[in-house]
Design a protein around this ligand. Sequence first.
Ligand code: NAD
Length: 348
Amino acid sequence: ERVGFAVIGLGRIALEQVLPALAQCRLARPVALVSGSAEKAALVARQYGIRPDAVHGYEAFERLRDDQAVQAVYIALPNAMHREFTERAAAIGKHVLTEKPMATSAEDCAAMIAACARANLRLMVAYRCQYEQANRAAIRAAQTGALGRLRFLHAANLQSNGPGPQWRYSRRLAGGGALPDIGLYCLNAARTLSGEEPVEVSAQAYSPPGDERYREVEESMSFTLRFPSGFLAQAQSSYGAYQEKSFRLSGERGSLLLEDAFAYRGQRLRLFRRDGEQGTEEAPQLRPRNQFALEIDHMARCVREGRRPHTPGEEGLRDQVIMDAIQRAAERGRPEPIPPVPAGIEPR
Ligand code: NAD
């Protein structure tokens, strides 16, 4: 029997990626929906073979408690709402897979971890790239010494946003602009590729003057993380530049390029090394798989086996603490130390 998920929030990521992936998962299946629009939810339920009585509004979320088919929730709501629905899920005994960024403050992340730990429930943050094949091959190459000592990462997550208001431009709902939304992928890649935690950051933010969208949140964030070994990770994230989602990792004996590293599909990995006098180039061929399905199946396995997810809440908290330091470095215009992850933060 596959693990039953309730999808919370029927926006773009839920409709275009999560639900289609859930339908093709080997260990998980969609069994309930929670949405602000009954009409939309009914339509989606029909499409995925979900019972009409397993469709609820946000206020009726707690009705999932008595639905034995629902073992876990997939939270696909604006960032600032992840905490509330994680706590509500924990209170009714459901495991939580939440979208990234985990929340909008370290305090919220810590409260989410505490709520799930108290209830002995799994909590996972949807860091899909850590489940994607080419990213995993890159991490393996970096970690097994194939590139020698790691020196530099150059990562970009750039896109050109259209006009129009949305929650992403609200500081309260999003927690920030390009950094928490897409720069987070560069940050998380720097940590997973190096296997180290950064100690210092310098950063610059930019928002085009007069652009209504960027009155509260940054349009662009560029940052450099310094790691204990001397490894430096440079990253650019922006809502205002032509699309690019790639990284280049350079070691002393080799490098790798992962094109479309952070995209939903189409990753292209190349490895460059020296063989005697000659440079060699290798392009490992990986069978394309749906990374959202891999991610959700991982959570389903953790639920079944009572195991801690590969990307647990602590991973989201760690990134939040670093993002807070990045924002401070940009505001103050000087390098900032990265503080240790706060222990035992009291929930609000
Ligand atoms: P979206 O705006 O398309 O969807 C958000 C959903 O939340 C909508 O259905 C909306 O009706 C609902 N909602 C409920 N209360 C709301 C409120 N007060 N204000 C605004 N919307 C409200 O957003 P999205 O792109 O689907 O993003 C949802 C989450 O998924 C975010 O945390 C985002 O960071 C994450 N996300 C992850 C990926 C990924 O690749 N893993 C990609 C995109 C988005």
